[in-house]
Design a binder for this molecule. Sequence first.
Ligand code: NMX
Ligand code: MLT
Length: 437
Amino acid sequence: MILKDKIAAQLPDWRNRVRKLVKESGEVKVDEVTISQIYGGARNIKSLVTDISYVDPNEGIRFRGFTIPELIQLLPKPPGAEMPYAGGLYYLLLVGEIPTAEQALEVEAEWHARGEVPQYIFDILQAMPADTHPMTMFSAAVLSLQRESLFAHEYHAGLKKDEYWVPTLEDSLNLTAKLPAIAAYIYRLKYQDGKRIASDPSLDWGADFAHMMGVENKGYADLSRLYFLLHSDHESGNVSAHATHLVGSALSDVYYASSAGLNGLAGPLHGLANQECLGWLLSVYEKFGGVPSKADLRQYAWDTLNSGQVIPGYGHAVLRKTDPRFAAQLEFGTQHFPEDDIFKLASMVYDVVPDVLREQGKAKDPWPNVDAISGALQYHYGVREFDFYTVMFGVSRLLGVTANAVWARALGQPIERPKSLTTAMLEAAAEKAKAQA
Ligand code: NMX
Ligand code: MLT
């Protein structure tokens, strides 16, 4: 298989590089930790490593060194499509090189061959109460697939450490292959007639998701490809990536680890912000009976802040500029449906809210993140059940976290176990620092 061969060819060099770095420079300091960082959610403590993506505070994400516009331009696309194959993106995340069209199609073919979802997953989803949140359904489906894990099976049969990554790659392909069908079925079951639409083997992963959702629209197929690219990875410290890595570091397989990551993504300060965000836009639209004036919108934003709530879709733990994932979606909407009311409203919020947040002076980043507009684009294509949006974020995020899981196993990353201190110990450290000052 192409992915396995490509990774295997790189491994000796990568292993030597890491071994040499740790052996020769293991004591070199790259950071210092303050009390406010320890109490402040470990913000900005440099303590993780990934070579798959990097978020620069002022530039945003680069996937394997490439910006989003570069990826949209360079990754191979299906004939007649504007947006690239997800299979090509997965190749890039795993291998680190822009694939040829043939290589991207090989990943797509692997996914087609592994895409059939066992009936018991549909049975489990059907058995869940009708008011179960779609993220709970999605996470439960991923977790329930754990019995299929080759890694778990081979580990117990006595797999060598150097080989851990091989069944992890198999698990990752087997899992990611099934995500569009699982997610689309959750949508059909919860919001449509409950009938499953069969996968169309002539379609790529992104377009097949749109087809299985029941949204037969060329624009929506392209939006799905774009969405899956944008949300796939955001370096390693975000909650979903970090939770996946942490659980995986105990040698829990990718099914266990990915389900943990999805549970983190389901939080309103993380992936669930996209459903919150569309909810906020619609509440503005409803209150003013349409797109409001800028002055009314500004007042509404202040009312939200004054009532003690956050403005969803704005602010970020790392970014300090407009998220390029927001910019890519703004451009998509501007090109395809500039006159759509909810899209216009989301664009107007971008004109108004950063100033409001700056005036309030609390948020370190007043700019929009990925979630500020993604719902408005889904809404345009008729996918209006906004508590489903985080499931689509999850489908995409599992591309990044599984690619990271393969490399974590390939490079033998150890169990994660940071050290904790007591408040009294921190107080003593503070006293000592004062005495020495
Ligand atoms: N609206 C109102 N207040 C905000 C916002 C916002 N959009 N963003 C930050 N703040 C507040 C924050 O609540 C905190 O207040 P307090 O001191 O009372 O606790 C203060 O500003 C400082 O927070 P920051 O250091 O700027 O942000 P932090 O790194 O702690 O959190 C987020 C980052 C993303 C959790 C935060 O900006 C937020 O809650 N945004 C809204 C929710 C959201 O859009 N989440 C999606 C993130 C992206 N994703 O997809 O995961
Ligand atoms: C993400 O995509 O994970 C979010 O932007 C949150 C983050 O990076 O902290």
